[in-house]
Structures are given as structure tokens and as C-alpha cells.
Design a protein around this ligand. Structure first.
Ligand SMILES: *[C@@H]1O[C@H](CO)[C@@H](O)[C@H](O)[C@H]1NC(C)=O
Ligand SMILES: *[C@@H]1O[C@H](CO)[C@@H](O)[C@H](O)[C@H]1NC(C)=O
Ligand SMILES: *[C@@H]1O[C@H](CO)[C@@H](O)[C@H](O)[C@H]1NC(C)=O
Ligand SMILES: [Zn+2]
Length: 352
């Protein structure tokens, strides 16, 4: 992803801490108001369910998944297809329906390239989906072995780990009208310089394709994970129409913290602004972060963007490797996201 201007970004963060920052020039938000969730409002997980679900984890699997994805995986290379096969096979082994959405496009430096988005669903015939997404390609950096731990090996591993850990709980979603989709975008990274024709290749292709096929309306909510794994992230609510879902993430975090179920939580003391929590109470109404959500946002798909602001200091540097991963933070975030997904998918009583 791209932050358009580092200086503007800093300003934006500071403003957001004082008051809600509203980007006056953007009309995107106005377009979104019309399409809000079909008033879906699942009940909060009960105390006993919350405890039961928060007990589920497989930390060893999460580390294995990260290790399997954490190799240079630039589009078009052998390692890229090894990682793709690993993701596809892991999900098929867990009984998911997996479609590989292949297409080609022309990129600077590389020329014609074959891209492959991975679309995994529990019920391919569902009417609506909660979609959790990441990108599995790594950035091409000539002369550098760039691994992209936070960008985005850790987020993708979190999704595979969710499928692994919750396999029993998710069984009913193989037949329900509301189901779960995991989306692994290809070609998020620019090859030469970030711009409308050199970035988010997979997301641009898929948003266009699903619009043509009339499938975009099936996405209840697209939750995009990016740049996760470094310590002390701060997240913000970017979009007004999904703020109630953002607040549920916050509330899951608060419940876990109260029960002391988060590891080494907020204890490092190095967070710049609010070391007490990951999901901040401030909104940041800005569309300055460009990422895989953009082509969907432009087509009025409701978005939750789980990306830290500021970005991890290792962003697009060779240091974004295994050394930067903070496993306490990574396990904590994976747990929050699992509970959020369970509340979304199973919390509501009727009409699923
Ligand atoms: C959570 O796991 C622990 C240890 O395995 C177990 O003793 C406890 O009963 C579990 N709690 C719930 C609510 O399932
Ligand atoms: C492919 O991944 C392996 C690790 O599995 C690594 O040693 C090798 O350098 C990678 N190849 C390229 C071309 O990046
Ligand atoms: C990560 O990158 C840093 C800086 O490039 C390097 O010093 C360190 O050895 C690397 N760590 C791993 C585990 O590759
Ligand atoms: Zn990147």
C-alpha cells in the first residue's frame, strides 16, 4: 500500500487525535451512505461463548504458516507459486472450496505477468459473505531479498490459522446463507512506482470481474488486513459506514483485556500515542491509504481496513523479515480477529 505523502499523513494522525478528521474534498463517503448493511446486527457473544472461543488457539500452527509464506514471493517466480500452492492446499485440506482466479496483465519492468487471486469459501453458494483478505505477493526489490513479514506474510498466515483453529466452529457455515470467504490478493505491490496502473493488480481485476458478474452485493463486509506483526500497532476507524463493526473489534479487545487474556498487552511502553489499546477510539476520515480495498470501496463495498497508523518502521525495507515479528502482538491480533469473525457469523440468532 501507499501513503500518499508522509508529511500529510503525520498531520492527519495528529489531527485525528484531537478530533475526528473529516476529509472535506472526498466524496467517496457520500456515495457509501446509501448502501449500508442490511441492518444486520448479530448479538454480542455471551460470556460463556466468549470464554469458550477465546480458549481456542494453535500458536504452533501460526508460526508454521508464517514460516511457509515467509520466502521471497514476487509474482511470476517459482517461490510465488510455491506459496500459492501452500495456501490453496492448506485450505482444501480443511474442506474449503478454493477457486484460483487467474488473469494476466502488463507490468513495468516485467512485461506480461500471470496473476492468481485465491478465493476460498466455506459455502460457495452462500448469499452473503464476511470477507477476510490479505495479499500474498511480496514486493520486487532489485538486488534485495525482501521477505515482507508484515507485508503481508503475517496477515495471510493469520487467515490460514483462523481456518485451522476454528474448523469445528465454522462447520455450520458450509450450509448457511451468510458464510465466510478468505481472499488472498495477488499483485498488490507495484513493480516500479505505485500508481493506478502499477499496483493492486489482483484487487482491480477481481472488483471489476465481480461487478460484471453482479457478485459485489454478496460482500457484507470486506475486512482487509495489512502490515501486521510488528509490536504496538494503532488502528483507526476509517469509514463511517462500517464504524459499528470497528467498534465491535474494539469491544472484543476490551473484553479480552479485562479477562487478562491478551499476552504482554500494552506493556512494552514504546507505543507513541495510546499504549493501552490497539483499536483506537478516534476516527480517521481519510482515503489517503491506497491498498487492495480501493477498487471495492469505489464500488460501494463496505470496508474495514486493519492497517496500523503509522505504518511499521520496517515498511518496504529489507528489515521487514522474521526479526520484526512480535509474537505476543501477532497472537493477540489473531485472537481478536477470530472472535470478531465468530461474533459476526454466529452471534446473531436468526436468519443466517
Ligand atoms: C479453557 O481451557 C482450559 C485449559 O485447557 C480449560 O481448563 C478450561 O476449562 C477452558 N475453558 C473454557 C471456558 O472452555
Ligand atoms: C526461494 O525461497 C527459498 C527459501 O525457501 C530461498 O532460499 C530462495 O532464495 C528463494 N528464491 C528466490 C529466487 O527468491
Ligand atoms: C532481518 O534484516 C536485518 C536487516 O536487514 C538483518 O540484520 C537481520 O539479520 C535479518 N533477520 C533475519 C531473521 O533474517
Ligand atoms: Zn508493500
Amino acid at each position: 500500500m501507499l501513503q500518499r505523502s508522509a508529511r500529510m499523513w503525520t498531520l492527519c494522525v495528529q489531527t485525528a487525535l484531537i478530533a475526528t478528521f473529516v476529509q472535506r474534498s472526498a466524496s467517496l463517503q457520500d456515495n457509501l451512505v446509501g448502501r449500508l448493511q442490511k441492518s444486520y446486527n448479530p448479538s454480542e457473544l455471551s460470556e460463556s461463548r466468549f470464554l469458550e472461543y477465546s480458549n481456542l488457539s494453535d500458536k504452533l500452527h501460526l508460526r508454521e504458516a508464517i514460516n511457509n509464506i515467509l520466502i521471497p514471493r514476487v509474482v511470476g517466480t517459482g517461490n510465488h507459486s510455491i506459496v500459492r500452492q501452500y495456501i490453496v492446499q492448506s485450505l482444501r485440506d480443511l474442506g474449503w472450496d478454493v477457486e484460483v482466479d487467474s488473469f494476466h496483465d502488463v507490468a513495468p519492468i516485467k512485461g506480461k505477468l500471470h496473476f492468481h487471486n485465491i478465493i476460498a469459501t466455506l459455502n460457495p453458494k452462500a448469499e452473503r459473505y464476511l470477507v477476510l483478505a490479505c495479499h500474498y505477493d511480496s514486493k520486487y526489490m532489485p538486488g534485495v531479498e525482501f521477505l515482507g513479514a508484515t507485508d503481508s506474510a503475517v496477515p495471510c498466515a493469520m487467515l490460514l490459522n483462523l481456518a485451522q483453529v476454528l474448523q469445528d466452529q465454522l462447520q455450520p457455515l458450509k450450509e448457511s446463507k451468510l458464510s465466510l470467504m478468505l481472499l488472498f490478493f495477488d499483485g498488490e505491490e507495484a513493480f516500479e512506482e505505485w500508481g493506478p496502473d502499477d499496483s493492486i493488480y489482483g484487487a482491480r481485476h477481481l472488483a471489476k470481474r465481480w461487478q460484471r458478474e453482479g457478485k459485489l452485493d454478496r460482500i457484507d463486509l470486506l475486512v482487509l488486513l495489512d502490515l501486521l506483526g510488528a509490536p504496538d500497532p494503532s488502528f483507526y476507524s476509517f469509514f463511517q459506514n462500517t464504524e459499528s463493526w470497528y467498534m465491535r473489534l474494539q469491544s472484543v479487545e476490551t473484553r479480552l483485556a479485562k479477562m487478562e487474556l491478551l499476552e504482554r498487552y500494552a506493556s512494552s511502553g514504546v507505543a507513541q500515542y495510546d499504549p493501552r489499546r490497539y483499536f483506537q477510539s478516534q476516527a480517521m476520515r481519510s482515503s489517503m491509504i491506497e491498498d487492495d480495498h480501493i477498487p471495492f470501496l469505489r464500488r460501494n463495498v463496505p470496508i474495514l481496513h486493519i492497517i496500523p497508523v503509522p505504518f511499521p518502521s520496517v515498511w518496504h525495507k529489507p528489515d521487514d523479515n522474521a526479526s520484526v515479528i512480535d509474537y505476543a502482538t501477532t497472537d493477540n491480533l489473531a485472537l481478536i480477529i477470530r472472535l470478531f469473525a465468530l461474533e459476526y457469523l454466529l452471534g446473531g440468532g436468526e436468519d443466517k
